[in-house]
Design a protein around this ligand. Structure first.
Ligand code: PGA
Length: 251
């Protein structure tokens, strides 16, 4: 089994002083946790350089929350993969449900971003997940299959090995309504099966599949002990050093 990977998605939170405080708190809190779990923080663009400077000599990884798939040019308001690399990012969250819903990102757009991240040497944290309506209609697996095949279209086996997949049921994000460990495990096993089927040369067990959606220190242990849950993508609970560290110590 691969080691657990816990990523914190700060979303549109934290200015520079708050970033300094949170990163310092996380570094301090993680000092005493040595369980081999990997921690990644994904602050907003404006805090990346500050975060990079504070994290330089620490094992905590740095990621962004989005990027554009073009290299440069007239794309007002966008950020390229090379720009993220230049501020020290190793990871980038792509296809988060908030990007899909609020900013209307399609599987095709997300696929372009995933491919650009790989060709630029960034490791994507590729998010997928069904809405409540889709779950109630009984089409969760169809939705997941479509998002996997669309978002990972033409992604090579070597690139897939460098992709983190985050399963985030939309109904569990920011709602406090966490998926039961059984509900999450069922979809994680489906994703692992899809990898086996579509990437026979890849050791599916080695691909990190994170769960995301209302993960907190008190529910993390049960979720993370499921056989196909290799980590967590954490929103709300990553904005406090103690609760982020609490999730990491649950690994
Ligand atoms: P949440 O967010 O932990 O606040 O539910 C998770 C996410 O959106 O990645």
């Amino acid at each position: 089994m691969s080691k657990k990977v816990i990523a914190g998605n700060w979303k549109m939170n934290m200015d520079i002083p708050e970033t300094v405080k949170l990163i310092s708190g996380i570094k301090e809190a993680l000092k005493n946790i040595n369980n081999g779990a990997e921690a990644i923080v994904c602050p907003p663009f404006t805090s990346l350089e500050t975060a990079y400077t504070l994290l330089k000599d620490s094992p905590i990884g740095l990621g962004a929350q989005n990027m554009y798939f073009e290299d440069s040019g007239a794309y007002t308001g966008e950020i390229s993969a090379a720009m993220l690399k230049s501020v020290g990012c190793r990871y980038v969250i792509l296809g988060h449900s908030e990007r899909r819903t609020i900013f209307k990102e399609s599987d095709e757009t997300i696929n372009k971003k995933v491919k650009k991240a790989h060709s630029s040497g960034l490791l994507p944290i590729f998010c997928i997940g069904e809405t409540l309506e889709e779950r109630e209609k009984g089409i969760t697996f169809d939705v997941i299959r479509t998002q996997l095949s669309g978002g990972l279209k033409d992604v090579s086996p070597a690139e897939l090995e460098k992709t983190i997949i985050a399963y985030e049921p939309v109904w569990a994000i920011g709602t406090g309504k966490v998926a039961t460990p059984e509900q999450a495990q069922e979809v994680h096993a489906f994703i692992r099966g899809w990898i086996k089927e579509n990437y026979p040369s890849v050791n599916a067990k080695e691909i990190v599949i994170q769960y995301g959606g209302s993960v907190k220190p008190d529910n993390a242990k049960e979720l993370l002990s499921q056989p196909d849950i290799d980590g967590a993508l954490v929103g709300g609970a990553c904005l406090k050093a103690d609760s982020f560290a609490g999730i990491i110590s649950a690994c």
